[in-house]
Design a protein around this ligand. Structure first.
Ligand SMILES: Nc1nc2c(ncn2[C@@H]2O[C@H](COP(=O)(O)OP(=O)(O)OP(=O)(O)O)[C@@H](O)[C@H]2O)c(=O)[nH]1
Ligand SMILES: [Mg+2]
Length: 603
């Protein structure tokens, strides 16, 4: 199914044409029928000669209801522009055409209707005038059909014309990232809430999880309907009604302008950097309050122009929306009198300073994403670029293959950025090795704060590098000895301590360098218990013997342990204090009983 929106000046015969083509009067409200004036959007369905199902979104022509018109055209990419032959081109013919262009619509059919009200000469004149207005517009190549809704003249040409235009128009894209801008909401008969809109970007099926509105409320699709029949799957381009189930949905009012998107696939944003498309000179002041139309919604927005040429701007919206690069916005002055221009979203999550943004925004999409974010999480690529999972994966690969980016952990980073980071890190680490050759390297967190960068990114960048190594929380040069404890000096010290493991000599008395001792403690080759340095092996052995004794006797005294280890109180007390701290033993009066760790695992 495809969806087409009407456009054109008030009273020019849009709704009458939709009625004549579909048999459904799109004017739903009694007030509309009475006054013969469309106020809000109307919907009707038909089947074209080709067999294609067609949904119409019929918009009001009166300038007072332009907000509703914008809600109707926000998600369609084919229009039917209607001009009455007896009145010719009028202000809303012009404004609607401009709006359509700002939204990026390139395909449409033009109906010169009410032909029954004019003679042939007037009709010919109207036709020439119309061609004038369409020249140099987005609809310059659109077929023009002469018709009227009273006698039915030309209606078959309209149907054939719609078929031809739809066949030639870009097919709705399926990126696997569905989004539906809600244009109508009502309570379902049984339960739940029904929202309608034109589905784009991907398909939705019954039972899919979706997120709704600025707070991304969770909902499940209970049923899908189009043109009065039920669907299991709705394809992009279809006008659908979704029956939504979910506690958060029942309680809250879903409104026109809310987005319904595939769960977990979209990021909501209330600030976007855009390319500006002004209508006329001086359309945008450097800072301005505007009405911004996005999808089916109207929003208050603040625009800040980012460059002297007024090509780029930063727009802050009154609430977060699911927007991606490529989305088109229409901007009107807050008095609501004029459409001043449009905007194309270029960056949906601008992070840099506004005054630096323009240079980045001028780049093509891929370079722009990398330049704007520097560290672009791979799983954010889809939402940031407006791409589906498959496209995002392909883009990621392409960026790496072309050398534009390097894959670092879960990020894509400009090659230069990573290279500079690694060089900086390596220089600092080497300088540290020179200053403190006995130390294992620089602590990862310390290095991160010096650079500065967060630890996770630094770790990823260093782990993939050839000349740096991360080990036990330290970054060292690849050629730096991995363990101080493997050195000859260290072996000599270990041998000296091992000679009397439970009453070891002071390291200084063996001639060991205090820096070496500190490094060995950090590497867990030695333990420092209240200033007495034991080998880790000695502590392990002491722990083993104490646990064995506890198993046999239930309790041990300091004197028991002293005998067990063949040592003296001076050494035994710090060892027992350590075992207490580990939960191996617990004090009870003068005795030690099994601690929580021993009770859990008696060994
Ligand atoms: N003679 C004649 N009258 C028409 C034709 N089409 C519409 N009309 C009349 O023109 C008036 C306006 O028609 P609508 O179809 O409501 O016009 P519209 O463009 O939908 O108007 P808005 O939605 O308010 O912008 C009605 O009185 C129609 O009966 C036509 O082809 N010939
Ligand atoms: Mg109408």
């Amino acid at each position: 199914m495809r969806t087409v929106a009407t456009a054109g000046h008030v009273d020019h015969g849009k709704s009458s044409l939709v009625l004549a083509l579909t048999g459904t009067d799109p004017d739903r409200f009694p007030e509309e029928k009475e006054r013969g004036l469309t106020i809000d959007l109307g919907f009707a369905f038909t089947k074209l000669p080709s067999g294609e199902e067609l949904g119409f979104v019929d918009v009001p022509g009166h300038v007072r209801f332009i907000k509703n018109m914008l809600a109707g055209v926000g998600a369609v990419d084919v229009v039917m522009l209607v001009v009455a032959a007896n009145e010719g081109w009028m202000p809303q013919s012009e404004e609607h055409l401009r709006i359509i262009e700002l939204l990026g619509v390139r395909d449409g059919l033009v109906c010169l209707t009410k032909a029954d009200l004019v003679d042939d000469d007037t009709l010919e004149l109207a036709r020439l005038e119309l061609d004038d207005h369409l020249a140099r517009s987005a609809l310059v190549d659109a077929p023009v059909v002469v018709c009227d809704a009273v006698s039915g003249r030309g209606l078959d040409d309209v149907r054939a014309g719609l078929d031809a235009v739809l066949a030639a128009a870009r097919a709705p894209v399926d990126r696997g990232r569905p989004r539906l801008w809600v244009d109508r909401v009502f309570a379902a008969k049984g339960a739940g809430t029904v929202v309608t809109g034109t589905l784009t970007g991907g398909s939705l099926r019954v039972d899919d999880e979706v997120e709704v509105g600025p707070r991304a409320r969770q909902a499940r699709i209970r049923a899908i309907e189009t043109a009065h029949h039920q669907l299991d799957v709705a394809e992009p381009g279809t006008r659908v009604a979704l029956n939504l189930a979910g506690a958060e949905i029942e309680r809250s009012a879903v409104r026109r302008g809310d987005g319904v998107v595939g769960a977990g696939q979209w990021q909501l944003t209330d600030v976007v950097d855009v390319g500006l498309a002004p209508l006329g000179e001086d359309a945008f002041r450097t800072r301005a309050s505007l009405q911004c139309y996005a999808g089916s919604g109207e929003h208050q927005a603040r625009l800040r122009v980012l460059d002297g040429d007024r090509r780029f701007g930063r727009i802050r919206l009154d609430e977060p929306l699911p927007l991606v690069p490529g989305d088109r916005l229409v901007l009107r002055d807050p008095g609501g009198r004029d459409t001043v221009g449009g905007a194309e979203v270029l960056d949906s999550a601008p992070s840099g300073r506004a005054r630096d943004a323009a240079a980045v925004l001028a780049l093509p999409l891929q370079r722009r994403l990398l330049a704007a974010h520097r560290w672009l999480a791979v799983d954010a690529l889809g939402p940031r670029a407006g791409l589906g999972p498959a496209e995002a994966a392909a883009l990621s690969e392409e960026l790496v293959r072309s050398g534009a980016a390097v894959r670092v952990g879960r990020w894509l980073v400009e090659a230069d950025t990573v290279a500079a980071l690694r060089a900086d890190a390596a220089e600092r680490v080497r300088a540290h090795h020179d200053r403190a050759p006995l130390e294992p390297g620089v602590e990862l967190a310390t290095l991160a704060s010096e650079l500065p960068i967060d630890v996770e990114r630094l770790r990823a960048a260093v782990e993939d590098s050839d000349d740096l190594v991360v080990e036990r929380g330290y970054v060292r040069a690849a050629e730096h000895r991995s363990r101080v404890a493997d050195s000859a000096e260290a072996r000599a010290l270990l041998d000296a301590l091992d000679a009397a493991p439970f009453s070891p000599p002071e390291p200084a008395s063996t001639g060991a360098d205090p820096a070496l001792v500190r490094s060995m403690v950090r590497e867990h080759a030695l333990v420092d218990l209240d200033g007495i340095v034991f080998t880790s092996d000695a502590l392990d052995e002491a722990r083993r013997r104490v646990r064995a004794a506890l198993r046999d006797q239930g309790t041990v005294t300091v004197a028991d342990v002293r005998d067990l280890l063949g040592s003296t109180r001076k050494y035994v007390l710090p060892i027992l204090k350590q075992l207490d701290a580990e939960g191996v033993t617990r004090r009870r009066g003068d005795d030690r009983i099994p601690g929580p760790a021993t009770l859990r695992d008696p060994g």
